[in-house]
Design a binder for this molecule. Structure first.
Ligand SMILES: Cc1ncc(C[n+]2csc(CCOP(=O)(O)OP(=O)(O)O)c2C)c(N)n1
Ligand code: SF4
Ligand SMILES: [Mg+2]
Length: 351
């Protein structure tokens, strides 16, 4: 089975968002992934997040690499722009698209093989450059598509389905993203849609490189005893540092909070992010403390989830480079080709 068309009909009472779309309008083709694969739950959270944010699907560009995870953009946002690139090369293609047209909302979807093995360099550089994007890493600790080899995020000592032990040290992608200068860093679990959906919404609103590592069990090759990326292991060792709620710009807040332990973070676009603290000593604006807490949790075999770091003064690549605001495809010949006089002036400035 490689392709199944989805029926277009839907129930007339299906709820619509303020721009008149139902959740079905944010879906894609029928998934061909294994039943129970964590990646499908991440697609469901993405559909929910874009529907709740009332984003027009044609305003979104979704780019991915190669892998089961990288196939998923076909299963959501069927009316958005999409580019299934080359293994480990999504970040550079996305960077180019973003530089040419900043008017779109950029979503990068990748796997642990795609990002932490062949694409490790690209991953590091897209974070340090601050490309305005939401980078979702669907982390199952294996190369699912090529039948379950250990990936670079597999924990040392964890077991493969047939019993082999992984002897290599793991790449911890959230630590790396922090080290590289990402301005929004989170970790979540595909089995926790309540936590994941607002994390995605806040990442989309974030003006810079937003990274979410989502532990996403592979039921075919890495969901057994001895795996640290199985549903059972993550449920037993999930340590949430906070819970997040997100309101897009200036919407009335109707939820009640007890005053203690809640931080309110206003976004540059008028949105509001509320963080309910679960760990008294966890401050997501403190990069050094975040790094220490992540390392300490990993040492204890815990999976630290939630919003791990948020920079209060994030900027994106366009701000760093002071680029021209209009998308290249909106510029006329006069702007793109300012003539011999201008060329002479530029050349003179370089002499
Ligand atoms: C250049 C290149 N090298 C190797 C492959 C083979 N290959 C395809 S997918 C994949 C690994 C995918 O693993 P991951 O990114 O973790 O995705 P998952 O399938 O686990 O979601 C590999 C090695 C390829 N397609 N291209
Ligand atoms: S092989 Fe693993 S990652 Fe790929 S679809 Fe099946 S469960 Fe998901
Ligand atoms: Mg994988």
């Amino acid at each position: 089975m490689t392709y199944v068309a989805k029926p277009k009909l839907h129930h007339p009472t299906l709820a619509k968002n303020k721009i008149g779309y139902t959740r079905r309008d944010y879906e894609g083709k029928v998934s061909t992934l294994c039943a129970g694969c964590g990646h499908d739950s991440i697609s469901a959270a993405l559909i929910q997040a874009f529907w709740e944010l009332e984003i027009q699907p044609h305003k979104v560009a979704k780019l991915s690499g190669i892998g089961c995870s990288s196939k998923t953009p076909d299963y959501f946002l069927g009316n958005s722009h999409g580019f299934n690139t080359v293994h480990g090369r999504m970040p550079s293609v996305l960077t180019g698209a973003n530089l040419a047209n900043r008017d779109l909302i950029y979503l990068g979807v990748s796997g642990d093989g795609d990002s932490a093995s062949i694409g490790l360099g690209q991953f590091a550089h897209v974070m340090r450059r601050g490309v305005n994007m939401t980078y979702i890493l669907e982390n199952n600790g294996v190369y699912g598509l090529t039948k379950g080899q250990f990936s670079a995020t597999a924990d040392k000592g964890s077991k493969a389905k047939k019993g082999a032990t992984n002897t290599d040290a793991p790449v911890d992608t959230v630590s790396l993203a922090l080290l590289m200068g990402a301005t929004y860093v989170a970790r979540s679990f595909s089995g926790d849609k309540q936590q994941l959906t607002p994390l995605i919404k806040a990442a989309i609103a974030h003006p810079g490189a937003a990274f979410i590592d989502v532990i996403s069990p592979c039921v075919a090759f890495n969901n057994h005893l001895g795996s640290t990326k199985s549903y059972d292991y993550v449920r037993e060792h999930n340590e949430a540092v906070n819970r997040l709620d997100f309101w897009p710009n200036r919407e009335t807040i109707t939820v009640d909070y007890s005053a203690g332990g809640v931080i309110e973070v206003p976004g540059a676009d008028g949105s509001i992010l509320k963080l309910r603290k679960l760990h008294a000593d966890y401050d997501p604006s403190d990069r050094i403390n975040a790094q220490a807490m992540i390392a300490s949790a990993a040492h204890k075999g815990e999976v630290l989830t939630g919003l791990l770091y948020l920079s209060p003064d994030a900027e994106d690549l366009h701000a760093h480079l002071n680029t021209y605001e209009a998308a290249f495809n909106k510029l006329g010949e006069k702007d793109l080709c300012p003539g011999a006089g201008m060329l002479e002036k530029i050349n003179a400035g370089l002499r």
